[in-house]
Every structure is written in structure tokens, then in C-alpha cells.
Design a protein around this ligand. Structure first.
Ligand code: ZN
Length: 498
């Protein structure tokens, strides 16, 4: 980074906060992968201390003084971006009392295993005290952060700078209206997923998934894959250590396979950020919506396409000859793209996925504004499932307890999944326009042109540009739902003869 003396001092000062966040991320990764259950109490305290120290540095008078000294660097420069992002982080941190940061960290760390247990036992009541505590802390956080129209906006802005409830609502309406006919049509179609059920050796699943991540360009010298109850991607301060996790189902191929493609997409983004931004305010992906555009691009737009499987299906068949010996490539393609309303978000097809997000968005808005009580959540969940997807979950474990987001304090996070879906297609189309040879390369199992385009237009910039500016620079247009709706209509129209 080419920085003047003052901005360099600011970055050097804030690097300590970045180091504390990286250390917290390692502890967090360990908690979700290898930590024995007995470690939870001490881990909650260690994480609370690290978040307090990081918060204190970001909010400190020293940071304020260095920000003042840095002034207003030249627009478009790295220095300008550093100051803009650091100032935003500083202002946000000064609004939050240390006590609230510590309490939130401790409460969410303790709630994570409680959520796991509640889901395993199908026991929503056991989670209620945790959820209530975390919701209270989230509402208090929103009041401290401040907002113009709705408390929800303050929470959402943490994940998607600039996004608001009132700007999301028309997007969700567009998507609901734009897909209603196709969703109705697929709801009555026969099940096509039979080829994906059978006996799938976990070791072979792992090897096959890793071979695809390698082909995408995931660098194992700067990453690794472990097992965790919830697949995720995490990095420690820069592109040099970007890890993923997955989980295996010995009787079903798709959960681990598509989770691996998805997390590899997140990881490619983090591995592609300019290394010069490491330990600075510009390190890492710019927003969760942009992050999810990368994971969904590789998982769906690439990983559920015909050109992709032209190359990989023969290899999958070699890995699992008994399961796929009698399945044609076309039947396999139809199986991985089978659409129908279902209970579980992370296993939902591309068409109905956003309905799962709308439901969560509506419920978390109601929780934050106080029009829905935590104890009424299961009933409200089931009513919304009926309203949006026309089904009722078998039990709370497969309903309101399926995701950990609310238990770990991620209010305002869900909408970024849908933003990511929308942007995945807009970005892919822009790459295709510049490089019409991308699908032909995919048929050969090659992704270098696509990855290079994403590196150049999205990854390398880290947090330098705000999300909307990044999309506009990369595609020539602001974020737009039209390409995504067109993509869904064409893909599922063809699959279901509509
Ligand atoms: Zn994701």
C-alpha cells in the first residue's frame, strides 16, 4: 500500500486490533472444530477479553487522534479508503460501551453449544433464556449504534454497509413475485433426487470435493478443510491462512459436495485479497452480500451447471460406480437441480432458497421491533413456512432451530444470503460478457479465466470500495435483481418444461 506517513501510523496502530481479531478467529475456529465440550466456559471468557481489547483499541483516543492527523487523503487512493473504513469502525466502536461488547461476546459463545443441544433434543424451550438475553443485547446495540428509520437497519449495516430494511423489502417483493409461478409449478412435480441417495463413503466424498476446490483454484498451501457441524470459511488476518469446514452425510452426496463448493467460493475471495491489505482496515471481504455472491457463484452458477458436470460427472461416476452406474448425465443434472419447497434452508434449491430468507427477515424484524416475543417464535416460524413455502416443518429441530444465527447474535445477517444470490448472477454475466469462452473452459474443468476476472474485479480490492461501488465498477451497473430473475426463469423453465 502506498500510504503517507500519517495514514501509515494509523494502520500500524490498528494492526494490533486486527491481531486480536485474528487470535479470536483462531479460538472461534477451534471451538467449532476440535474443542472438547468442557472448554466452553474458559473459551467464552478468553473470547470476551479479546473482543474487549480489540474494541478498546478501535474506540481509543489514540485512534481518534491518528484519524484526525490522517485528515482527508486523495479520493480513490488506498489512504482514502483506509481512513474511510477506519473512521466508520471507530465511530461505531465509540458508540458501544465495553460492557455491552463483553456481554455480547460471552452470551453468544455460551449460546452456541446450547443451540446445538437444543437442536439435537428438539427442545426450543431450553434455548429461550439464551435467545432472550441475546435479543435484548442486540436491541440495546441497535439503540447505541443509532438509526434513522428502524432499529433493524443498525444491525443490518454491520454486515452490509449501506443496506436498510426499506431498501431490501422491494427486492424481496420482486423475487417473490418474479418466481411465484415457477415455484407453484415445481411444487407439484415428481421427486427427481433419487440418484443422490445411496451409500457414499466419506473419505471418497472428501477426496472428490477437494479435487473440485483445487480445480477452482483454492490454494491448500494457504488453507485446509476440517469437519464441523455447520460448514463455514474463516481467515486469520489476511490471505495466508483461509480455512474451510464441511460435514458429511454417508447416505447423501449433495450436502457435503455443495457445501464444499460453497465454502471454496468464500475462500477464493479471501485468498484473493491484496496481501498488502493484511492487518489493515482494508483486509478481508467488503460485506457479507459480496461474500455470498462469491460462494453462490461457485456453488450454483458454476457448480450446478451443465458445462461444469460435462467435465466432472464422469469423474464422479468413477469415484462412486455403484451409486451412479445407471444414472445418465442428464438425470444427474436434473437431480442436483430438483426444485421443491422444503424445510431446510441450507439444502434448499436455488428457486425456493430466497423464500427461506424472506421468512427469517420478517421474523427477525418483528423480534427486533418487539412485535414478536421469543416464546412465540416456533408458532410464528411455522405460520411463515406455511405462508411462503406451503409446508409445515416436522418439528422445531427442522424448523426454528435449524440455523444458529440468532443464537450467536447474527441479527440482520440473513438478507445478505439473498443479496449474494442476486449479485452472483450479475457478476457472472459481466465476466461472461468480457470472456465468452468461460463455459467452454468449464467443460474442460478449467476455471482460470473466471477466477482471474473475479480476482481483478472483486477479490483483490478487499474493503477498498463499498459494496455498491464495487458492483458498479465490476458490472457497469448498480445491484439489480433482473439478471438473477431471468437466470432462474430460464434455468427452471427449461428443467420443468414451463
Ligand atoms: Zn456462505
Amino acid at each position: 500500500m502506498n500510504l503517507d506517513k500519517h495514514t501509515r501510523s494509523l494502520v500500524d496502530h490498528l494492526a494490533a486490533a486486527s491481531d486480536l481479531d485474528s487470535a479470536a478467529a483462531v479460538l472461534n475456529w477451534d471451538q467449532q472444530t476440535y474443542m472438547p465440550p468442557g472448554g466452553i466456559t474458559a473459551r467464552a471468557e478468553a473470547l470476551a477479553t479479546l473482543s474487549r481489547l480489540s474494541h478498546e483499541i478501535t474506540a481509543s483516543n489514540d485512534t481518534a487522534r491518528l484519524l484526525d492527523a490522517a485528515g482527508d487523503p486523495e479520493p480513490g487512493s488506498d489512504a482514502e479508503a483506509v481512513v474511510r473504513v477506519a473512521r466508520r469502525d471507530h465511530e461505531r466502536a465509540t458508540k458501544l460501551p465495553s460492557r455491552l461488547v463483553v456481554e455480547t461476546s460471552r452470551a453468544t459463545t455460551l449460546a452456541e453449544p446450547a443451540w446445538r443441544q437444543a437442536r439435537a433434543d428438539n427442545d426450543f424451550d431450553s434455548l429461550v433464556p439464551h435467545l432472550q438475553k441475546i435479543l435484548d443485547l442486540q436491541r440495546e446495540t441497535a439503540e447505541h449504534l443509532g438509526y434513522r428509520d428502524h432499529a433493524y437497519d443498525a444491525l443490518l449495516d454491520r454486515y452490509e454497509p449501506g443496506a436498510t430494511k426499506s431498501r431490501l423489502e422491494p427486492m424481496f417483493e420482486d423475487l417473490k413475485r418474479g418466481t411465484a409461478n415457477v415455484v407453484r409449478a415445481v411444487s407439484t412435480a415428481d421427486d427427481r433426487t433419487a440418484p443422490l441417495h445411496g451409500a457414499f463413503d466419506e473419505g471418497k466424498q472428501e477426496t472428490f470435493g477437494k479435487s473440485i476446490a483445487s480445480a477452482f483454484g483454492y490454494d491448500w498451501g494457504r488453507g485446509r478443510q476440517d469437519r464441523a457441524p455447520h460448514p463455514f470459511c474463516i481467515n486469520f488476518g489476511g490471505p495466508g491462512d483461509v480455512r474451510v469446514t464441511t460435514r458429511f452425510d454417508p447416505n447423501r452426496l449433495s450436502p457435503a459436495l455443495f457445501a464444499t463448493l460453497h465454502e471454496a467460493g468464500h475462500a477464493l475471495y479471501e485468498q484473493g485479497v491484496d496481501p498488502a491489505y493484511s492487518r489493515s482496515p482494508l483486509a478481508g471481504g467488503v460485506s457479507l452480500g459480496i461474500h455470498e455472491s462469491q460462494s453462490r457463484l461457485w456453488e450454483n452458477v458454476v457448480g450446478r451447471s451443465r458445462p461444469f458436470w460435462d467435465h466432472f460427472y464422469p469423474r464422479l461416476r468413477d469415484a462412486f460406480p455403484e451409486a451412479f452406474g445407471g444414472t445418465s448425465p442428464e438425470d444427474f443434472y436434473r437431480a442436483i437441480n430438483a426444485a421443491s419447497p422444503s424445510e431446510i434452508r441450507v439444502e434448499a434449491d436455488e428457486l425456493t432458497y430466497n423464500l427461506h430468507v424472506v421468512l427469517r427477515f420478517e421474523l427477525e424484524v418483528a423480534l427486533v421491533e418487539g412485535s414478536l416475543a421469543v416464546t412465540d417464535l416456533p408458532d410464528a416460524w411455522n405460520a411463515k413456512m406455511e405462508e411462503h413455502l406451503g409446508i409445515t416443518p416436522k418439528d422445531n429441530a427442522r424448523g426454528v432451530l435449524q440455523d444458529d444465527h440468532w443464537a450467536i447474535g447474527f441479527f440482520g445477517y440473513f438478507p445478505t444470503y439473498t443479496l449474494g444470490n442476486v449479485l452472483s448472477v450479475q457478476l457472472f454475466e459481466a465476466a461472461l460478457k468480457g470472456h465468452p469462452e468461460i463455459p467452454t473452459e468449464m467443460e474442460r474443468g478449467e476455471f482460470a479465466t473466471l477466477l482471474t476476472w473475479l480476482r481483478e474485479n472483486v477479490h483483490r480490492h478487499g474493503k477498498k470500495h463499498d459494496p455498491e461501488a464495487l458492483v458498479e465498477n465490476a458490472t457497469g451497473r448498480p445491484p439489480d435483481t433482473a439478471p438473477y430473475l431471468r437466470y432462474l426463469e430460464e434455468k427452471f423453465g427449461e428443467l420443468y418444461d414451463l
